[in-house]
Ligand binder design. Structure first.
Ligand code: ZN
Length: 235
């Protein structure tokens, strides 16, 4: 047994050599000029962007020429000014009601319920669905404190109960549940089916060509098209 080992066994200190005097912990974050720091902080607020990526984006902006950087700023301003939720279906739109709700060629007696505006885009890309939509703006999730009253469920029920509030004054005859095939999506679908059953309309749901645990926005066109065609009754 080596002398070194014997020594370390007698050592009452920590098993690993002490770190060199806290240089690592004290390594300070680089201090950028105020406006740069603010830009980094704004980027870091975006989903999926950490501090390092935010710094990279900020320096990209700093390097790029004036017009390109300002085009980004203007696009952000424009989207916040002109894009809002459709007052009927909550789809994202720059006109109210949205193009789908305003299209008299669509089947206004059928309403497909989805969680997010991006689900509408994914379904529209299939070209297979000709009815209207209703965007819930999320799903019921008791663990996250999201209840039915936090979604647009009341507006959706009103479209059914007061046909005057559905585009063209057309009565809704079928509701298609197009929630994500997740635990929360399924729970929300069950809640909606309970609310809809007494109203005497046809209730269907998208077929399970969709992968369990997946999300509509990531499904390819063929899978979504199958899901629309193979939708099943929930009664
Ligand atoms: Zn709409």
């Amino acid at each position: 047994m080596s002398e070194r080992h014997a020594n370390s066994a007698q050592d009452t200190g920590p098993e690993f050599p002490a770190r060199p005097p806290a240089v690592r912990q004290q390594a300070k974050r680089a201090v950028y000029p105020g406006p740069v720091e603010r830009l980094i902080e704004e980027f870091a607020r975006l989903p999926g962007i950490g501090r390092k990526s935010a710094e990279r984006l900020a320096f990209h902006i700093l390097k790029s020429d004036g017009p390109a950087a300002l085009a980004l700023a203007r696009a952000v301003e424009e989207v916040k000014k002109s894009v809002r939720h459709c007052s009927v279906c909550y789809n994202l739109t720059d006109s109210d009601p949205c193009a789908v709700c305003a299209d008299s060629q669509r089947d206004r007696a059928t309403v497909l319920i989805v969680e997010q505006p991006k689900d509408v885009i994914a379904l529209e890309q299939t070209g297979m669905y000709r009815g209207l939509y209703h965007v819930l703006m999320g799903h019921i999730s008791p663990l996250d404190g999201v209840g039915p009253q936090d979604l647009t469920i009341a507006d959706m029920l009103q479209r059914i109960d007061k046909p005057g509030s559905n585009p063209g004054g057309i009565a809704v005859r079928e509701v298609v549940l197009g929630l994500n095939p997740t635990v929360e999506g399924d729970g929300t679908a069950l809640y909606l089916a309970d609310q809809l059953k007494p109203r005497g309309i046809r209730i269907t749901r998208l077929a399970r060509g969709l992968p369990s645990g997946g999300q509509l926005e990531y499904a390819n066109k063929a899978v979504l098209a199958d899901a629309i065609q193979g939708r099943q009754s929930m009664e």
